[in-house]
Design a protein around this ligand. Sequence first.
Ligand code: NAI
Ligand code: MG
Length: 499
Amino acid sequence: MAAVDVRTGRELPEAVRDFIAGAGVLVIDGEERPRSSDGGVFTTVDPATEEVLAEIPQATAEDVAEAIAAAKAAHDDGRWRLLDPGKRASALLKVSDALKRASKDLAWIDTLDHGKSLRLSTGELIAASNTFRYFAGVVDKPSGVVIPSREGRFIYTDREPVGVCAQIIPWNFPLLMAAWKLAPALAFGNTAVLKPAEQTPLSALWLVRILRDAGVPDGVVNLVQGVGEVTGQAMITHPDVDKIAFTGSTEIGRHIARAAADNLTKVTLELGGKSPNIVFDDVDLDRVARRAAFACFYNAGEVCTAGTRLLVNANVHDELVSKVTAAAESTKVLPGWFEDAGMGPLVSDEQLQRVSGYVDIAKDEGAELITGGGRPDGLDAGYFFEPTIFDGVSPGMRIAQEEVFGPVLAVQTFEDEDEAVALANDVSYGLAAGVWTSDHGRAHRVASKLQAGTVWVNTWGELDEVASFGGFKDSGIGRELGPHAVEAYTQPKTVRMAT
Ligand code: NAI
Ligand code: MG
């Protein structure tokens, strides 16, 4: 059953409406608590309408301490890590299946809470489901080695879970980020306290209920909600946290690294980017233009790996820029529940102000505004912003150096390969980069010189659970997913025996 909202025209499934009505809870040791210890709350809004969706209890330091105590007890008594690996794998497979089954309803939650189109939310749910399936497959794979030694000694290594993981995630891919954090932590036997971003608190609760129904014991995954300065801060400073896994801004990443230093807590940080997309002159410009627009405007540009700097060979500059501009101008900016929504609103008024602010800065610095730059016509409510392109951007401009986290593309021009690489690397970030060329030698040469955790050649944006992900330079510390996830969520132990 779906109820049609007369004003917005959206058909909200009843299961979604009911879920949101009851979404104001924390989950601590398996108990859903509708109230925080001091009764404090915050609200989450639908960025397409600016309406309040739900009031959520804000976890205090006391609530966080209880959640961490529950996760610690679950780790210490081994109710999850010592379970038969086959049983742990089968629970994670059930989670994968349940996510797929719920995808129609669950997609609505992130569309309402974040603003992205239903098409994108649905795709992310499938990706989240795949993440749990992949990590179900690695539960029994971590293994140690036997180390040759002298007679009378037997030395081997084993891999153990790290322990209690404080997982703090951003608002740009709410459910997928929760999956990227929880699936590997659980696969390798850890316990967790998860905090979604305060802008998008809703969908994680659905996932936590799925985990419970799949047989993950109480206390293994705890859900706290609240703003970073209160709830997040209590998580990163607690001495019983063994590992902090954070995705978000470089500024808060630095703050977390400092807090982690005090308790010597292990930490992985997935931070910001200003990723270069390098286009040489020997490519199909129509195809590249479509992909370059996608690289920057996908998810309204709220993507850490967004291709926000288009570096183009001078001799194809005019043609490529006019094609990318056409792609930007044909993108339909609409609320996410419209079938033809190419781009939804930004997540919050704060983000809208931030993006508008960067447009003003770019104009002041002398960059040339080619298209966009403001609110689209005909949308009066909501935090909508047009796909925006600046040309004539020079490396010293802030628009070339700083993360905007919105649909704003900066075009820079190069004359040869060396200049392209120098421009690409001339930022403090190093998360992702792209190279478009039909010359294979050049593709390898350039890929090897780019300072980036992920390099795409003749494509952009593919990220999934099978490959490791993380940043060079100010884009982070450590790697998640793929073959390196085991390093993020286990620690080796050496056993030396006298025989
Ligand atoms: P943020 O880094 O403040 O928030 C990310 C997460 O960290 C949220 O869950 C937040 O509650 C938490 N947090 C904030 N302060 C904390 C603290 N003191 N202790 C513990 N946790 C804390 O990012 P914000 O303010 O939402 O966005 C600002 C900018 O950050 C964006 O414009 C963008 O440039 C960047 N950003 C990058 C992301 C990425 O994926 N790399 C994701 C989100 C934001
Ligand atoms: Mg919201």
